[in-house]
Design a protein around this ligand. Structure first.
Ligand SMILES: *Cc1c(COP(=O)(O)O)cnc(C)c1O
Length: 454
């Protein structure tokens, strides 16, 4: 299968090249040339384990990797998960389930994609006898998950930018207490959007990209989106058959990567009724689905920091479909948005989406309510999902992080302090981080000095 850029001005690539490239050279994001139809495979998929299902799904896209190799890559990617189900779907009440996506090594849903991406990169380095330098920006969990996907792998180095003081102390420890020398945690003096902005500029510099074989690991990577489709499919198959067609996935949302994956799966022939885009007080996407206008605001730090995003980098993939797969129209929308900070969509099909927003003032009360009603402890991101449920649907709330990552917020809300042994162990390890200004020149100089050579 080939993959096209949403901006239509880059050559199509095979799976491995699209994954290694990250952002397309024309500034767009890769999407499959045609979306496959899985509607006739669902019966056959029902009995599969998580890793088997993931393999069956990905093989349709990763046609340039031999099946046996792909199977090994996929199997290796889901061995570090603590729960045998990988993504357990737990009933909480009538028409209400929670899909726990935090049983991987960094205790957040990003492990699903980044364990796989780490194995894909490692495979490529072996196969092509090349080195790779991975660069990403994080508002918390992506960085930790990306780092744990590439930890100590030969031929790779990873540079992660994060806003200093705006990720949780435990998230920071997951990035800075690794004890390996191919990981560079870069604390920048600015917001996540500042980090993202520098990153876009660095990736726009073709010579620099080529020189260091730079690859992006942020949420725009094609492999991440595809890996994330799998847990929606897995959860859908675990629901009683009579409930599947009425399911609404409730998705705590920041960069729109997670919910986009579910929506793409729906377009691939899986009958999902809808998606709820659940934002925190950084509500650009809530406003988008409420009004049809995409307008950037200022980032406000919140209790759900991994969703502290205004410009949702994956949204361009949705825009591509919303404007009828017209790449020139995507370019126009993105240019207008870049210039003015806003774009009003005259008409687009938002029938699959609803949206909610949850302020910091509401999060503790929701956590307490969920605990009282269901005896369930949820983290602040997941709490945004519980803000509003649809009584006419089977609600599956995606739980995106382990409560143990946010002990202070949870103690304040319900008086309990969840812990996890892997997080306790981090507290004894030394922190290694580099503090940098968020300007592209400074970051480029740091990479020049520390990148793994060919
Ligand atoms: C990244 C993250 C989100 C937001 O996911 P997007 O794909 O950026 O929408 C939500 N919750 C947690 C815990 C996360 O780490």
């Amino acid at each position: 299968m080939r993959f096209l850029s949403t901006r239509g001005q880059a050559p199509s690539l095979g799976f491995s090249d699209a994954v290694a490239t990250g952002l397309a050279p024309d500034g767009g994001l890769f999407l499959p040339e045609t979306l496959p139809d899985f509607s006739h495979d669902l019966g056959r998929f029902e009995k599969l384990s998580y890793a088997e299902l993931c393999f069956e799904f990905l093989r349709v896209f990763a046609t340039d990797i031999p099946a046996a190799t792909l199977r090994e890559i996929v199997n290796a990617s889901y061995t570090k998960f603590e729960d045998p189900a990988i993504a357990p779907l737990k009933p909480l009440g009538k028409n209400l389930y929670v899909l726990e996506l935090w049983h991987g090594p960094t205790l957040a849903f990003k492990d699903f994609a980044l364990q796989l991406l780490g194995n894909l990169y490692a495979h490529q380095c072996r196969e092509r006898r090349e080195t790779i330098n991975v660069l990403g920006a994080t508002s918390g969990d992506t960085g930790a998950a990306a780092i744990h996907g590439l930890l100590g792998r030969p031929g790779t180095a990873i540079f992660i930018l994060y806003p200093d003081g705006r990720v949780s102390p435990l998230q920071e420890r997951q990035m800075t207490c690794t004890g390996v020398d191919n990981v560079f945690a870069l604390a920048i003096d600015g917001t996540f959007d500042d980090a993202q902005h520098s990153l876009k500029e660095i990736f726009g510099d073709q010579d620099f990209r080529t020189k260091h074989r730079l690859s992006a690991v942020n949420s725009i990577n094609l492999a991440r989106v595809l890996a994330q489709c799998v847990y929606y499919l897995y959860a859908w198959l675990k629901l009683p058959a009579g409930e599947r067609g009425n399911v609404e996935f409730v998705v705590p949302t920041g960069n729109f990567g997670n919910v986009l994956a579910g929506w793409l799966l729906q377009k691939m022939g899986v009958q999902i009724r809808g998606f709820r885009v659940a934002t925190n007080q950084n509500d650009i996407l809530y406003r988008m689905f409420a009004t049809g206008e995409y307008r950037v605001g200022a980032v406000q730090p919140s209790l759900a920091p991994s969703m502290d995003i205004q410009v949702a980098s994956n949204f361009e993939r949705f825009i591509y479909f919303a404007v009828g797969r017209d790449a020139s129209k995507v370019r126009e929308v993105m240019a207008t948005f870049q210039r003015t900070g806003a774009y009003a969509f005259p008409n687009f099909d938002r029938s699959s989406f609803s949206a909610s927003r949850c302020t910091d003032a509401e999060i503790p009360g929701i956590m307490a309510h969920v605990y009282r009603e269901h005896g369930y402890v949820c983290d602040p991101h997941t709490a945004c999902g519980f803000k509003e449920l649809n009584p006419d649907r089977v609600n599956v709330v995606l739980s995106t992080a382990s409560p143990a990552k946010f002990p202070e917020t949870i103690r304040a809300a319900i008086g309990l302090e969840p812990t996890h042994p892997s997080l306790e162990a981090l507290k004894a390890k030394p922190v290694v981080r580099h503090r940098l200004k968020p300007d592209p020149a400074t970051i480029r100089a740091f990479i020049d000095a520390h990148a793994v050579a060919r």
